[in-house]
Design a protein around this ligand. Structure first.
Ligand code: R5P
Length: 302
């Protein structure tokens, strides 16, 4: 078996550090800067072109916008990392992108749109990725465009373990839309055998993006948890939480694998009366309650 080496992409340095520690292997950083003409520069911090030769290289790089750059910049860094590892003759290039940008552009909703998430995946393969890993991807059918092995890791068990620390005793899980049903059922099952899942129905106007929601919100005296893949503007979460509040919920919790929390999303959620937002370190946010490091390290050690 070849020696593992973790490369910390500029957008996932902390997570990469934790992964290297779980795998007990070498961690290497990357220098990144933007030239005055806005081109990206990236360099894996190694002294010799032969340093990755024959190695099992693990690149960790998320693609959410953060203080250092937007998703397009982090995608460019990712491509440059993979390409460099390939040129340096790595034996394997496992790419871990915990949050995959553009994942919600998984269908042609209106004529003329681009199915960009699949192009992005193909670009990674073209650059030299030999395995692809992500977490709770919005729609996993997009992974079928890859001819390399791909893995969509499920964080619901570790998120449920975090919720269990709250010692709530009258739990119900609300599923905010049809696409979230499988995730909500899995999440509820990790919380306990008798935790009920209530289904709401969300509709989104494809032109304006505006959402409406319907559902039976009779949750009198319940501790309500809503688990979604992405919390972006907070619109979906806030609407579902406020319906639960009106339905008599005793307490409200928002769980999101990828807490993007753009603009005033935190305010929108917390002003419904929610007690807490719980997220993972798939991206940098104040809600990195649960680390994905062990989940990923275990999945590649299998
Ligand atoms: C959509 O189907 C997703 O699963 C999330 O519910 C959605 O992306 C959340 O977006 P927002 O926070 O902007 O409502």
């Amino acid at each position: 078996m070849s020696e593992k080496i973790v490369i910390a992409g500029p957008a996932s340095q902390l997570l990469a550090t934790k992964i290297a520690s779980h795998l007990n292997c070498q961690l290497v950083g990357a220098d990144h800067k933007i030239f005055p003409d806005k081109e990206n520069y990236l360099r894996i911090q190694l002294e010799n072109e032969t340093d990755l030769q024959g190695k099992d290289v693990i690149i960790v790089q998320t693609t959410a916008a953060d203080a250092a750059g937007d998703q397009n910049q982090h995608i460019m860094e990712l491509m440059m990392l993979i390409s460099s590892a390939k040129r340096m003759n790595a034996a394997k290039i496992r790419v871990f992108v915990p949050y995959l940008a553009y994942a919600r552009q998984d269908k042609v909703f209106r004529p003329g749109e681009c199915l960009f998430v699949q192009e992005l995946l193909r670009m990674m393969e073209l650059m030299g990725a030999t395995e692809f890993y992500t977490v709770d991807i919005h729609a996993d059918h997009v992974l079928t465009c890859l001819s390399i092995p791909s893995f969509n890791l499920d964080p619901m068990k570790i998120l449920a373990a975090k919720v269990q620390e709250l010692k709530l005793n009258n739990l119900v899980v609300i599923c905010p839309d049809k696409g979230a049903m499988e995730r909500s059922r899995a999440f509820a099952s990790y919380l306990g055998n008798d935790v009920q899942v209530v289904q709401f129905h969300k509709k989104r106007d494809v032109k304006t993006g505006a959402i409406t929601m319907e559902g039976d919100a009779s949750v009198q005296d319940k501790d309500v948890i809503i688990a979604d893949d992405i919390i972006a503007t907070g619109g979906t979460m806030a609407l579902a939480l406020s319906m639960a509040k009106k339905g008599g919920a005793k307490s409200l919790y928002a769980v999101g694998t990828h807490p993007l929390l753009t603009k005033n999303a935190v305010y929108r959620i917390m002003s419904t009366g929610a007690s807490k937002i719980i997220g993972t370190d798939s991206l940098t946010s104040p809600y990195m309650d649960v680390s994905l490091a062990e989940l990923f390290a275990t999945s590649i050690s299998k």
